[in-house]
Design a protein around this ligand. Structure first.
Ligand SMILES: O=C(CO)[C@@H](O)[C@H](O)COP(=O)(O)O
Length: 217
C-alpha cells in the first residue's frame, strides 16, 4: 500500500496544527517535516521546537528529513522532540553508519537520503541498517520545484537492491510529486510519496490526497 506524506513546508505556518489535522483527516499516512539549516541547503526552516509543538496535535508518525550539516549534533534533540523517523543525507554524513546507529539508539527509525546527482551505490552498504531510503526528486532546499525525471531509474535500482537482499525498507520520494508524477514513482518502486504543494496548496486536502492515490491504479 502506498503512503502519502504531506510536507508541511507548503502549509500555512500561522495555523500549523489545523493544517496537520486537516491532512490527517484527509488520509495522510505520515507528516513530513523538512529541516533546513542554510548551510547544507540554501534555506532555513524549522528545528526541534517545531517538532515538539507538532507532536501532540497528530497521531501520525513524524517523518523528519534533516537537510543539515553535521546531523549528529541534533539527532538527540529531534528524537526527544518526538520524531518517529529521522532521515539524513549521505552527502552530509562523514560517518554514515555511526549516524544511523545514533538515530537507532534513541528508538527512532533511521533513513538515508540521496540527492538527484548522488549514485544509489552510496547506500548499498547500509541497507541492512535502515528502515527507509529517500530519493530526492528535486534538489533539496525549496518546495514547489519541478520533478527531475532522471531519478526514476534510481528508484528502480533501489527497489532491485532492496528486493535482492530481501529487506523490508520503505522507498520514499520527495519533490515535485503530484498527480502527474506520482504514478511514475510508484511504478518504479516507491511506496511513500512526499507531496507539499500538491496537497497544501489545494483548498480540499482530502481531494488532493485522493487524487494522487487515484492515479496509482
Ligand atoms: O524536501 C523538500 C525540498 O527540499 C520537499 O519536501 C519539498 O518540500 C516538497 O515540496 P513539493 O515539491 O511537493 O512542493
Amino acid at each position: 500500500m502506498v503512503k502519502i506524506a504531506p510536507s508541511i513546508l507548503a502549509a500555512n505556518f500561522s495555523k500549523l496544527a489545523e493544517e496537520i489535522q486537516d491532512v490527517e483527516r484527509g488520509g495522510a499516512d505520515y507528516i513530513h517535516i523538512d529541516v533546513m539549516d542554510g548551510h547544507f541547503v540554501p534555506n532555513i526552516t524549522m528545528g526541534p521546537l517545531v517538532v515538539e509543538a507538532i507532536r501532540p496535535v497528530t497521531k501520525l508518525p513524524l517523518d523528519v528529513h534533516l537537510m543539515i550539516e553535521n546531523p549528529d549534533q541534533y539527532i538527540e534533540a529531534f528524537a526527544k522532540a518526538g520524531a518517529d523517523i529521522i532521515t539524513v543525507h549521505v552527502e552530509a554524513c562523514k560517518h554514515l553508519h555511526r549516524t544511523l546507529q545514533l538515530i537507532h539508539s534513541f528508538g527512532v527509525k533511521a533513513g538515508v537520503v540521496i540527492n538527484p546527482a548522488t549514485p544509489v551505490e552510496t547506500i548499498q552498504h547500509v541497507l541492512e541498517d535502515i528502515e527507509m531510503v529517500l530519493l530526492m526528486t528535486v534538489n533539496p532546499g525549496f518546495g514547489g520545484q519541478s520533478f527531475i525525471h532522471s531519478v526514476i531509474p534510481k528508484i528502480e535500482q533501489v527497489k532491485e537492491m532492496v528486493n535482492t537482499k530481501g529487506l523490508a525498507i520503505e522507498i520514499e520520494v520527495d519533490g515535485g510529486v503530484n498527480r502527474d508524477t506520482a504514478k511514475l514513482c510508484y511504478d518504479a518502486g516507491a511506496n511513500v510519496l512526499v507531496a507539499g504543494s500538491a496537497i497544501f496548496q489545494q483548498n480540499d486536502r482530502t481531494a488532493a490526497i485522493n487524487e494522487i492515490k487515484d492515479q496509482l491504479g
